[in-house]
Design a protein around this ligand. Structure first.
Ligand code: MET
Length: 572
């Protein structure tokens, strides 16, 4: 049995995520976690909300709430929606937790001690009226490029030009509108990534099995332009982890916080510590996942994220860990994703375009979405959600192929032999052939799941369902029963067992349907089928079952058209 640590990129606290966010990190991470648990491995699956930074402050201000309250509320909202999608986190933490404060300060202290932190004095806009330094997004003014008068300090929304706050004409505070801005000196901490470059590069070069997407992004940041740069890790904000050197104050850094991207990945570790706290465990229980001097040397650590997150996970976070010169676990494998587009355009949180997680669950259960999203995951290129494709995939794969098999077999059995596994007959040539075929297909499915080839795994799983259907089609127990009822019983006994096997192997994709299949069969044996032949004998003759409700319903053309219209506009 292996020990597998799995983290999903932690979603920003502000707002509810859209399906593109979900399929790029949390959902495939959940698939992998469920599969590995199903195979009997010990899994620790951690996610959290990413609560610091300017967007959180701005969203709280917009909602008219103190930022602490806003984050606490949004954390609960996100947690509930994650549960609705059946994301099986061992813990869903908060980057604002006391654990993360302490660990972040600890890492900063260790980095400073080892000479990997540089203190740099910069000039930055200070708003006299607001009595604070203003980060980029808090400054507005006229764009020097297009003349748009609401350009932000980091970018002009109108012409998309990237800006520095000092580029703006007539800059003003986005908080108060005050134009009384002064360029004042302020001190910031920089993580000396350049000093760690060779070490980071050698480590990345050793990861020969990583997806091309992951490695190519890392290499680009290492080599493009001037190469890997040192990174500012502090901000003049109020909301965040206060800058301290371990448990000591940091002279000259009073009133400042760490940059959100410095503390966010540390939350993977802190989240595991939060898990221990929440479950009455000792420190040793979370440290065995993270400290290679305390048992984590045999842990396999896999991260899931969208491609925009890759630089932080291949360079900055490893730099933090390596530079601490402490025995923390480094990631073993980074599974990254391209983007999911929406119906001819892009999902957009700022414009409210696309389907958001709460909306999705309000129209259909989680499994429908999980199946479509995972079977169309944007792995090797961007992919696109269209309502036609969604409808056809649900109706064909889930309703016609899997759902129909379950309902045909159980209903036929009920009407001919009653609601118990029939005892007659014995498997013949056709059944042996099916077992051999399934055994091969199962191996292919497992290979894809181990390799995190999500789309291929979905295709293999579907092929396993199709094989069962084809068997039934050609065996035709409904015809055979008229001439050889014993033989028909053997076929149906096998088919009922096939439903159980499907429940077990489909569970990572469609956990609710798997659970109801298993419940109808009155069975709790979730053991992974090592030997298909034996797995198809788990339900013995005489075992009772109940005929299930419809497993998956079809999406009608009217519904599809209605949803398409409903979600075409902007979320209000
Ligand atoms: N909150 C970030 C995002 O959504 C991910 C942080 S992972 C440590 O892009």
């Amino acid at each position: 049995m292996a020990r597998i640590l799995i983290t999903s990129a932690i979603p920003y606290i502000n707002g509810i995520k859209h399906l593109g966010n979900l399929v790029g990190s949390q959902l495939p991470a959940d698939l992998y976690a469920r599969y590995m648990r199903g195979r009997g491995h010990e899994v620790m699956f951690i996610c959290a909300t990413d609560e610091h930074g300017t967007p959180a402050e701005l969203a709280a201000a917009k909602a008219g709430k103190p930022v602490e309250d806003y984050c606490a509320e949004m954390h609960e909202v996100q947690k509930e929606i994650a549960a609705g999608f059946r994301l099986s986190f061992d813990h869903f933490g908060r980057s604002s937790s006391a654990r993360n404060h302490r660990l972040t300060q600890h890492f900063a202290g260790a980095l400073a001690e080892n000479g990997f932190i540089e203190e740099v004095v910069e000039r930055q806009f200070f708003s006299v009226a607001d009595n604070r330094f203003l980060p980029d997004r808090y400054i507005e003014g006229t764009c020097p490029n297009c003349g748009y008068d609401k350009a932000r300090g980091d970018q002009c929304e109108n012409c998309t030009k990237q800006l520095d706050p000092t580029d703006l004409i007539d800059p003003r505070s986005a908080i108060s509108g005050s134009t009384e801005l002064e360029l004042r000196e302020t001190k910031h901490l920089y993580l000396r990534q350049r000093a760690l470059k060779d070490e980071i590069e050698a480590w990345i070069d050793s990861k020969t099995d990583w997806p091309v997407l992951t490695t190519s992004i890392a290499k680009k940041w290492l080599h493009d332009g001037e190469g890997l740069q040192d990174r500012g890790i502090t901000r003049d904000l109020k909301w965040g982890v206060p800058v301290r050197k371990g448990s000591e104050p940091w002279p000259g850094m009073e009133g400042k916080v760490f940059y959100v991207w410095f503390d966010a990945p540390i939350e993977y570790i802190a989240g595991t510590a939060e898990w221990a706290d929440a479950n009455g465990k000792a420190d040793a229980d979370w440290e065995r996942w993270w400290r290679t001097d305390r048992g984590a040397e045999d842990v396999r650590y896999v991260q899931f994220m969208g491609k925009d997150n890759v630089p932080f996970h291949t360079l900055s976070f490893p730099a933090t860990i390596m530079g601490s010169r402490e025995p923390w676990k480094l990631v073993d494998y980074i599974k990254s994703f391209n983007y999911l587009n929406y119906d001819g355009g892009q999902f957009s949180t700022s414009q409210g375009r696309g389907v958001f997680m709460d909306q999705a669950l309000s129209i259909l259960p989680a499994d429908y979405w999980r199946w479509w999203l995972l079977s169309h995951a944007p792995e090797n290129s961007d992919s696109e959600f269209t309502w036609e494709n969604f409808q056809s995939s649900v109706n064909k794969d889930l309703a016609d192929v899997l759902g129909n098999l379950v309902s045909r077999v159980t209903k036929f059995c009920r009407s001919k032999f009653g609601e118990t596994v029939p005892a007659g007959g014995s498997p013949g040539e056709r059944e042996h052939q099916l077992v051999a075929e399934l055994q091969q297909q199962l191996a292919a499915y497992e290979t894809c799941m181990e390799a995190m080839e999500v789309r291929k795994a979905a295709a293999e799983l579907r092929a396993l369902w199709v094989a069962g259907n084809e068997y039934l089609q050609s065996a035709a127990p409904w015809t055979v029963v008229k001439t050889d009822p014993e033989q028909a019983q053997a076929m149906i006994r096998l088919a009922l067992n096939l439903i159980r096997l499907y429940a077990v192997i489909s569970r990572p994709f469609i956990p609710d349907a798997a659970a109801s299949m298993m419940a109808s069969l009155g069975c709790e044996d979730w053991s992974w089928p090592a030997d298909v032949g034996r797995a198809l004998e788990v339900l013995p003759p005489g075992h009772g079952f109940t005929t299930p409700e419809v497993l998956f319903r079809k999406i009608t053309d009217e519904e599809r058209a209605e949803w398409q219209t409903r979600f075409s506009g902007v979320r209000t």
